[in-house]
Design a protein around this ligand. Structure first.
Ligand SMILES: [Zn+2]
Length: 163
């Protein structure tokens, strides 16, 4: 093995693990705190889930710093990939209930609307908003629960928007 001079230990690991890098890997840099930062070309979330390939132990032994470098590289790649997959969709109205005030006044604009907030990571994505009063529902995990609560609110809501 030839003696090479590397600017940083990140460069050394980048070289010794060549052939096993994630396809999006661009470079690794040591941080002032002694950690390591991985740079990747952008992910769009349609790539296969980043997973470390089979690396022969006679090439890169278990427990070696080189293997740890690869483990961290794939962990970082996975984080970027997951960020790219987290899609925020527009809030969507799922159901609409005419309020009591709406019935009495025959005003179809006075409704309690069930909203899917469209936040993938939010386990209670469903809620409701009232267009008659400033009422706001809790977050619900299931659409049916949000609908039931919104309907109950609408049945009793006498609110009229303040001009
Ligand atoms: Zn209301």
């Amino acid at each position: 093995m030839t003696t090479q001079h590397y600017a940083t230990w990140a460069d050394a690991f980048t070289d010794t693990t060549r052939g096993y890098h994630h396809p999006h890997f661009v470079r690794a840099e040591t941080t002032p705190a002694g950690g390591i930062d991985f740079e990747f070309s952008p992910f769009d979330g349609t790539e296969p889930e980043p997973a470390m390939p089979e690396v022969p132990t006679d090439t890169i032994p278990h427990g070696s710093p080189d293997r740890e470098f690869l483990v961290r590289m794939y962990r970082a790649a996975r984080e970027r990939w997951e960020e790219a997959r987290t899609v925020v969709t527009e809030p969507e109205t799922c159901a609409r209930y005419l309020t009591l005030a709406g019935q009495v006044l025959a005003d179809r604009a006075l409704t309690t609307d069930v909203i899917d907030r469209g936040t993938e990571w939010e386990p209670r994505s469903y809620t409701w908003e009232c267009r008659g009063c400033p009422g706001l529902g809790d977050g619900f995990q299931y659409l049916a629960d949000a609908e039931r609560d919104a309907n109950a609110h609408a049945e009793a809501c006498r609110g009229i928007p303040v001009p």
